[in-house]
Design a protein around this ligand. Sequence first.
Ligand code: HAM
Length: 435
Amino acid sequence: MAEKHKKIQAPRGIKDVLPDEQRYWFWLENNFYAVAESAGFERIILPTFEATELFRRSVGEFTDIVSKEMYTFKDRSGNSLTLRPEGTAGAVRAYIEHGMHTLPQPVKLYYWGPMFRYDRPQAGRYREFYQFGLEVLGDSDPIIDALLIQTLVKYYKKLGLKDVVVRINSLGSERSKARMVGALSKFLAVYKKNLCADCKTRSKKNPLRVLDCKVARCQEIIGSASGVMIDSLDEDSRKRFTKVLEALDDMGVAYELDPGLVRGLDYYTHTLFEIAIRGQEDLAIGGGGRYDNLAKQLGGPATPSIGYAGGVERTIDILKQQAVEIPDLAKTDVFVVQLGDRAKAKATGIVEKLEQNSLRVSTALGRGSIQAQLREASRLRSPLVVIIGDQEVHDGNVILRDMNDRSQETVIDRNMAKLILKKLEEKGIRVISSS
Ligand code: HAM
């Protein structure tokens, strides 16, 4: 076959998300927006590429992400740009660039979008993958750390995930972290000749990154390094960490202490955490932590902050693995059934009113029996149906039917749209109403 007619496939580690998969994506996305909005976060849309320097200075020169995994290119003016490997650096850049430190603090941002890493493609590891993220900028209170974790646990529960485990650790303040790095460096020097080639370099340039290494012989050495880490935490950092754990206890959020947890990004200080599914801790569904010094490092004002990002594909994989039932994608939010001539005239006004509330509304065009109209509502997978007969027109109300459990209730006309929005939100179908 001529070269120019050869089939072109998606690049390695890059995938299509086909129509069959969409209900999972909507499930995660809609519930994420609902949980984030109700916890007071505001959405930000960040650029997909940024100046390469941004990631070097935030994620860190000697991390795997920056040293091996970035998609970096020069534009036609010779500027070095990088497809974002993560969202935190961009969020902090935007916070500084738009003077968000002048707003009431903390500023709470959420985002959703593709990230790019030249990772080794395998189950749960892609080169383009989606993250949802939450960042709380401008507040150092330990309670914030616990509240963020609580919000995330709530989100995963809402999705229907089981066996969710939160692992947590603290690197302490910048000073404490430096001490930890010093102690670790001494510790690693003893085992230097047993480390892999990459870790030999890491142990000199950035010893914490040795703890991210997956090579078996490095893992063995790392296993005994946690004592060194715990001992390096200074008194203030220890006190702060205790407050975070106490707040989690008070909130009834379960966690596991993991003194070996350092996470592969350089900007962290104090609290670090990962969320995983029990038995599959190697492939975290998300991770986060404090980055109190990052804004300053990027030329902004001191802005103590904490955030988290979750992997969309990994979360969906687990939902499938656990056979969690996800609602089918509805093609419509509400179906209007009308019976009788007066009802038909009124239905037009009702459809309009519902549409004004940003609802997707369908209705049967012809007359049709109630059964025929309900069949059409089922075919469209409409979760709710509004039924109007001549009696309802007379009484100024409508019947609202839940297609799932077939329950019906009579609702006064003017309360209808609000109630429908509320019910849809409860079902995780429609979450941000315009009303
Ligand atoms: P991260 O741990 O590098 O943290 O990534 C967060 C999550 O993104 C991972 O736990 C995983 O679920 C998903 N993920 C990472 N790489 C891949 C991949 N190659 N394929 C599929 N999923 C992947 C961050 O990115 C930080 N920005 C989190 C953060 C926010 N810290 C503070 N604020």
